[in-house]
Design a protein around this ligand. Structure first.
Ligand SMILES: [Zn+2]
Length: 255
């Protein structure tokens, strides 16, 4: 039994890191407007095309000791870390949901949110394609989990994003268009209650981080911070644990 579990674990880790390897391509190429499917991968330093056997996620980086096979230039550690995160998250989703469609779905949601997070950190924008991908996953999830009804999801789409849009009209640039669209897509995924929770968690973490930056004078009040990463953390936590948190919160009031 335990031997079989190890094989399943290794398999899931590899599947997760392969998807993450594709997400690395998305993170690198989408902000530059490059194709994510047609171009061959090549070394950033010497432009040498990378052979398929050097593109195995996690494993190739370790075998090559983090250096290009041809010019020995260091390969970015970030891609390797993201591949490891992908493998570990696939294991975690399986641990959380077991043999269920929620395992691949929640994993893919995480991967899209990870791409949004990295691209928002890099460029301060959230590509529409990623928001649309998240919405497409939400639609699939609606057919798999119809208990979360269409009305709850539609209210979820407009509640948080509507407030954010209203605030942006009053205080220009308080939220980016990408943040608003992201919360609309996550509203359809989570329904209004969990989406409110997601926004609350995101604002709490972003607020804490912004306060830290102000106090340590690393940022002035006028500097913007990318909001997408914090919203993404909120969305993912709400997807995994939102129902439990809301049940606990209501129990405090004996509801
Ligand atoms: Zn090279």
């Amino acid at each position: 039994m335990s031997g079989a579990l190890v094989i399943i674990g290794v398999y899931l880790f590899l599947v997760g890191s392969c998807v993450a390897s594709f997400i690395n391509v998305v993170i690198d190429r989408v902000p530059q407007g490059k194709s994510i499917v047609s171009d061959r991968s090549h070394c950033d330093a010497c432009q040498h095309p990378i052979k398929a056997y050097d593109l195995i996620p996690v494993v190739s980086y370790i075998l090559l000791r983090g250096k290009c096979r041809y010019c020995k230039q260091k390969i970015g550690l970030r891609s390797f870390i993201i591949e490891c995160i992908g493998g570990l998250m696939m294991l975690f989703c399986f641990y959380r949901f077991g043999v269920s469609w929620m395992t691949p779905l929640s994993f893919l949601v995480f991967m899209i949110l990870l791409a949004i997070t990295m691209i928002d950190f890099d460029t301060m924008t959230i590509p529409n394609g990623l928001v649309i991908s998240l919405f497409a996953l939400a639609v699939i999830q609606y057919f798999l989990q119809p208990e979360l009804d269409l009305f709850t999801r539609m209210i979820g789409m407009i509640s948080v994003s509507g407030i954010m849009l209203g605030l942006t009209l009053i205080i220009p640039d308080s939220f980016g268009g990408g943040d608003i669209k992201l919360m609309a897509a996550s509203g359809f995924l989570l329904g209004w209650a969990n989406n409110l929770l997601a926004a609350f968690i995101g604002i709490l973490i972003a607020g804490g981080y912004a306060t830290y930056l102000l106090l340590t004078k690393k940022n002035s009040r006028k500097d913007h911070i990318a909001f997408g990463p914090y919203l993404s953390i909120g969305i993912y936590l709400a997807l995994l644990y939102g129902n439990e948190v809301i049940r606990w919160y209501l129990s405090l009031f004996h509801l």
